[in-house]
Design a protein around this ligand. Structure first.
Ligand SMILES: Cc1cc2nc3c(=O)[nH]c(=O)nc-3n(C[C@H](O)[C@H](O)[C@H](O)COP(=O)(O)OP(=O)(O)OC[C@H]3O[C@@H](n4cnc5c(N)ncnc54)[C@H](O)[C@@H]3O)c2cc1C
Length: 478
């Protein structure tokens, strides 16, 4: 039996692909309709057009990754993504005919169905899970049992100990752990913390991507995609100023991290920021899902939507090779929980759904032939776990937003580290998981004194030091 933890794009596509290839699979998930896939918007990047190629897609990915992407992973995902798209079509999924262009991509290569493509893919794969009679259970993974570096089983909240030789972690990231976020509350870093306690190697934890435009009307969080700005939406502060050009020549179409810092800076100066949709032609037709959201809250396109940048995606996580294998025999990690090296220091838009799909669909190719992770780059920092004060998730979200946020400095990062240094890392609960991954994020961010990709240090912006193109790994000190 192969156990898959998590039912986002990575877990679902792995389970469907394995089942279709004759394997017995069970999916266990903390919450049906939880995770990021369920709310993902834009689409999936794959070089499928005549004018495009995996090589060009790889080049774009490497540029955005700012010197820290792993070329093996980049070449693998960009080559395999078109095949994964074809597999989805063979399974019966219908993409829209047009390919979209997104920031950082030099070609039109973003496949979509509606303006809520993550949800479309989720619904489709959940339908396949049902059709194939794959059991899907709502339960929470608490810990993993490992002996002599070999997986022996795992423990869930409701079922206790389960023996297992193969476990696929697909539990997503932890961007919910910032006060302002685009993520659902399921994404608290459980899989990363649990795997680390069991001895898995982590990497790239300092790199957290913030999306510039998130809103929350009556507490319902909604991500306002880049396409809105591409179609004419503008940003205004509460003085009515179109401020984005002060920060970048492309104004509202500046790269994600620059626009996030611009909006954040307006807030720091005491000004609120709004998105004005009135210049978008055929808004209702082009953005039906966002229009429905506005309607649900009694608004329409004339409403000035308050926006703020929110933590969106974590580049780092459980280090794996291109087969999804960790350094613990029998333990796999795929999707946002993993660190394949594809994203490096920053993620190219629409590459994460592609990554989850490629690693999920290709699982049957590797599941019976273990090779294991081999690491040949970077610096490894050993970490000792300790018990300590329990911290509420809300408290952690405030600490991270204030101290490990969009613009980072030594004092704030040290403060976060100090707080987490006396926090509980060893209990099998979300609070402890959240404290542990936040500690490692602050630790890596403090260690990386330069600005690179989506990690921005206020005192050392864009220092170009070749020696610094090193990956930071964390391993468990036993
Ligand atoms: C609003 C939004 C829009 C996005 N738009 C795009 C886009 O257009 N294109 C793109 O490429 N990327 C996009 N992203 C990023 C992308 O959606 C995610 O990186 C991707 O969906 C992650 O998929 P996943 O399968 O790894 O994890 P998720 O989809 O996050 O699923 C994680 C699963 O793990 C389960 N889980 C968590 N902890 C436990 C536990 N302890 N025990 C059991 N189960 C657990 C959860 O219930 C959930 O089912 C977007 C993200 C957000 C938030």
């Amino acid at each position: 039996m192969i156990y898959v933890i998590g039912n986002g794009i990575a877990g679902l596509s792995a389970a469907v692909s394995l089942k279709k290839n004759g394997y017995d699979v069970i999916i266990i998930t903390k919450k049906i309709n939880g995770g990021s896939t369920y709310i993902a918007k834009g689409g999936i990047a794959a070089a499928i057009s005549q004018e495009d190629s995996p090589e060009i897609h790889a080049k774009d990915t490497l540029i955005v990754g700012a010197g820290l992407s792993d070329e093996r992973a980049v070449n693998y995902v960009t080559t395999e993504a078109p095949k994964a798209i074809r597999t989805m079509e063979d399974w019966g999924f219908e993409f829209a005919d047009d390919l979209r262009l997104e920031g950082g991509h030099s070609k039109r290569r973003v496949l979509h169905k509606t303006d809520e493509t993550g949800r479309d893919v989720y619904d489709f794969l959940m339908g396949k899970v049902k059709e194939l009679n794959i059991p899907i259970i709502e339960d929470k993974l608490l810990s993993i049992i490992v002996k002599d570096n070999i997986l022996k089983g795992f423990i869930t909240k409701n079922r206790g100990n389960i023996d297992a030789e193969k476990l696929i972690l697909a539990t997503g990231g932890y961007a919910y752990l910032w006060k302002f976020t685009s993520n659902q509350s399921t994404n608290t870093g459980d899989g990363i913390a649990i795997a680390f306690r069991a001895g898995a190697l982590l990497a790239d934890m300092e790199f957290v991507q913030f999306h510039p435009t998130v809103t929350s009307l009556d507490g319902e969080t909604f991500l306002l995609t880049e396409t809105l700005r591409g179609e004419g939406a503008i940003l205004l502060n509460d003085k009515g100023e179109r401020f984005a050009f002060k920060y970048h020549e492309k104004g509202e179409l500046a790269p994600r991290d620059i626009l996030s810092r611009a909006i954040y800076s307006e807030y720091l100066a005491g000004r609120q920021v709004f998105m004005d949709l009135t210049k978008i032609q055929d808004f209702e037709e082009k953005f039906p899902v966002f229009n429905a959201y506005l309607k649900r809250h009694g608004k329409d396109k004339n409403f000035k939507v308050p926006v703020f940048p929110g933590a969106h995606f974590v580049d780092g996580g459980i280090r794996v090779n291109i087969r999804g294998e960790t350094n613990i025999k029998g333990l796999y990690a795929i999707g946002e929980v993993s660190d394949t090296g594809l994203h490096g220091a920053n993620r190219l838009a629409s590459n994460s759904l592609a990554e989850g799909l490629v690693y999920g669909i290709n699982m049957p190719m590797y599941i019976d032939k273990w090779e294991g992770l081999y690491v040949d780059d970077g610096d490894i920092i050993n970490i000792k776990l300790h018990s300590g004060n329990s911290r509420k998730i809300e408290e952690i979200r405030n600490i991270n937003w204030e101290n490990v946020g969009i613009i980072r400095d030594k004092d704030k990062l040290s403060k976060a580290l100090e707080i987490y240094s006396i926090s509980d890392f060893i209990s099998s609960n979300e609070e402890s998981n959240a404290a542990l991954v936040s500690y490692l994020t602050a630790y890596a961010a403090l260690t990386r004194t330069e600005s690179r990709g989506n990690h921005y240090r206020s005192y050392y912006p864009n220092r170009d030091d070749a020696n610094w193109k090193k990956r930071i790994y964390f391993s468990l000190q036993k």
